[in-house]
Write a protein that binds this ligand. Sequence first.
Ligand SMILES: NC(=O)C1=CN([C@@H]2O[C@H](COP(=O)(O)OP(=O)(O)OC[C@H]3O[C@@H](n4cnc5c(N)ncnc54)[C@H](OP(=O)(O)O)[C@@H]3O)[C@@H](O)[C@H]2O)[C@@H](O)CC1
Ligand SMILES: [K+]
Length: 490
Amino acid sequence: MRTAYSVETVRAAERELMARLPEGALMQRAAAGLAAACADLIGRVYGSRVVLLVGSGDNGGDALYAGARLARRGAAVAAVLLAPERVHPGGLAALLRAGGRIAGSGTGAGAAASAGVGAVEEAILRADLVVDGIVGIGGTGGLRPDAARLAACVGESGAAVVAVDLPSGVDADTGEVRGAAVRADLTVTFGTHKPGLLIDPAREYAGSVRLVDIGLGDVLPAEAELEALQHVDVARLLPVPGAESDKYRRGVVGIAAGSARYPGAAVLAVSGALRGGAGAVRYVGPAGDAVVSRFPETLVSDQGPAKAGRVQAWVVGPGAGDDASTVAEVLEADVPVLVDADGLRLADRDAVRARTAPTLMTPHAGEAAALLGVAREEVEGARLASARELASRYGATVLLKGSTTLVADAAGGVVRVNATGTPWLATAGSGDVLSGLAGSLLASGLSALDAGSAAAYLHGLAGRFAADGAPAGAHDVAEAIPGAWRDVRD
Ligand SMILES: NC(=O)C1=CN([C@@H]2O[C@H](COP(=O)(O)OP(=O)(O)OC[C@H]3O[C@@H](n4cnc5c(N)ncnc54)[C@H](OP(=O)(O)O)[C@@H]3O)[C@@H](O)[C@H]2O)[C@@H](O)CC1
Ligand SMILES: [K+]
């Protein structure tokens, strides 16, 4: 499991740890890990040109101490000081002792806002490596103008870019990016991941992320703010039939989906459900013929959901068109219900809130925006807050689809993030497969949080296998689910 903690939690843990250690010890651990990561990234340190972007906080201090280490190994290291009068004194002294210099000025005066600007930009453009120590977890709001100019210049440089703790300009707690931010090839983060490193859009700015252990793990609380499942975690969640299992004990998932206009959505939801571990898939709706001709193992009913026979979970909504009464009927069932696509628009909020069995809603950003009454961009820019808000308004678990999928429970607590997806998954019908898969896992007894996050994980992996660098259709993704399942299990 990869976990991420908020700034507030990190600060508290840091205080506790610092009280037991000699002054400066944590920063030295951080700087040592940072310098090693920089060296690994550029390969040859001796003779390389390194530019440090140094803010006035400890993030800048980390950059300066790491720069000193690189200078001792023969790199030509220049520091751009955003606020020379408030620079970390010990870090600057260490850099200068090691043979590093201040960029943009021979006198040590400030660079970015002074006559040295041209020289600073030139140094950045000519650098082999830029180390972004402008701001870390102490950042608030968008980057200030001086810092934003530097971030833009870094974007034009061909240098390898390493962000210290976080790419400057991204919000550590939410993953939001307001205005300019540094785009890194590698982010070296200390003690724990921060939520922003795992959630888009910030995640994209971070590049690959390397976690440096500074001993914080011992003092962090057990429950994180955000967690990302890995293969072993998903393997533990996936249902395994026992010797005594029959189809009913393994769970029956009901799919109420599709319409005369969109029969394909029903077929695709069933295709996901058949690969999700339930013992049987029951279908109700107008696309029964299409479903059976493709998947003869489906139990098709021509009655409404209430009379279709027992199920342990329902999926409602994919391709439903305007069939609000089916959605309402499913919401009355006292079993877990997954609501997707048209169902999200048709579901009555009070009816969802009144349910006692779990509800899992699976909107993409556009659907979530419509439910929240905001613009799509607002949801995409603030994914964590949007998922939490929607979950709380509906009293449901919300799986917000996207390049980083989030799953949030109504009661708060840890949010799951999934990053196995691929841009190739943004294809028609892919969401229908996901809802069938997640519904099937709900029917086999997983909680809404577990079913949603395990389904997102498998679905993302299946998307990667199916696409393998080329376009793939939603049915290819469904067919790749067993391979993803085996990959996770092995
Ligand atoms: N946690 C740990 O265990 C450890 C933490 N460590 C390191 O410490 C870092 C945290 O250091 P920190 O607390 O000094 O804050 P930091 O990120 O340097 O930012 C503060 C500075 O940024 C400025 N500033 C703010 N907003 C801005 C903006 N929008 N645009 C531009 N500037 C902005 C702000 O200016 P001010 O508001 O004061 O004028 C202030 O000068 C952490 O990320 C990690 O790298 C490691 O050394 C070891 C262990
Ligand atoms: K930074």
